[in-house]
Design a protein around this ligand. Structure first.
Ligand code: NAP
Length: 259
């Protein structure tokens, strides 16, 4: 049993859908006060309402994580509303698929801005709150794609997700000054709105290539994030955990068929 995070103020970027919504629900179920930050009002409002109807505390704010002014305003408003920011879950991300021959420089920049630059912007914006509180936690949603595996069409995405892990090594050192830890969860294939957009064939093939024979649930990632946010993880920083049902383990198609 982990020490309770009840009452903590938590920002979840991309908390309106998918993994972010899963993290928001897991944290809210533990009594945390959750701020959902996303661009789309409808899904964000729905996610916050769902959490409140389940007895949790959740609000939402519009935010484009690729834009410094937007991120800064969202973090400052959260600190005002919740009396501080204890935990940042830098989760928002996109994964458009396009092979390099057709990938434009703008495609590359767009993915880098939303997935990688955003991680820096969100962490930077929270530093004053962590400094004021004398402590803080950051949990980054990275991926197995990039740091461990590759997939055609995701050169920019993989680079952005590996980049997040590069960022967190130095960030962990700088944040230690504010008694703040930063760690990353590396999901495999998790059943989300974004993943559903990749189509039934993709989902089926992926499930078949995972030793545990299923896609992950958003709560699987929420629970790993919860560990990094807990008092029990106070001495863990600059680290990452793969949560993928064993997906990165098989050495060949034969290996998975052997199971
Ligand atoms: P999703 O279902 O498409 O949800 C993405 C969330 O991010 C939405 O709330 C979306 O809301 C928000 N978002 C996107 N761009 C944003 C922006 N510029 N500013 C603010 N919010 C933004 O995606 P997901 O599958 O849950 O993925 C979430 C994270 O997990 C991503 O970082 C992704 O790389 C990572 N991940 C996912 C998987 C997987 O299997 N699903 C695997 C590995 C890693 P708005 O569009 O309304 O802004």
């Amino acid at each position: 049993m982990l020490t309770s995070i009840a009452g903590k103020s938590v920002i979840v970027t991309g908390g309106s859908k998918g993994i972010g919504k899963g993290i928001a629900k897991v944290f809210a179920a533990q009594g945390a006060r959750v701020m959902i930050a996303a661009r789309g009002a409808e899904a964000a409002e729905m996610a916050a309402t769902e959490i409140r109807e389940a007895g949790g505390t959740a609000e939402w704010l519009p935010c484009d994580v690729a834009d410094w002014d937007s991120v800064k305003a969202m973090v400052e408003r959260t600190a005002e509303l919740f009396g501080g920011v204890d935990i940042l879950c830098a989760n928002a991300g996109i994964f458009p698929q396009v092979k390099m021959l057709d990938m434009s420089p703008e495609d590359w920049d767009g993915v880098m801005a939303t997935n990688l630059k955003s991680t820096f912007l969100c962490v930077k914006a929270c530093i004053p709150a962590f400094e004021k509180a004398g402590k803080g936690r950051v949990i980054v949603t990275s991926s197995i794609t990039g740091p461990v595996t590759g997939f055609p069409g995701w050169a920019h995405y993989g680079a952005s997700k590996a980049g997040q892990l590069g960022f967190l090594k130095t960030a962990a050192m700088e944040l230690s000054r504010y008694n703040t830890t930063i760690n990353a969860v590396m999901p495999g294939n998790i059943y989300t709105e974004g993943l559903q957009d990749l189509g039934e064939d993709y989902l089926k093939t992926m499930a078949a290539s995972i030793p545990l024979k299923r896609l992950g649930a958003v709560e699987d990632i929420g629970n790993a994030a919860l560990f990094f946010a807990s008092d029990e993880a106070a001495y863990v920083t600059g680290q990452q955990i793969v949560v993928d049902g064993g997906q990165i383990l098989p050495e060949s198609l034969e290996a998975i068929e052997e199971i």
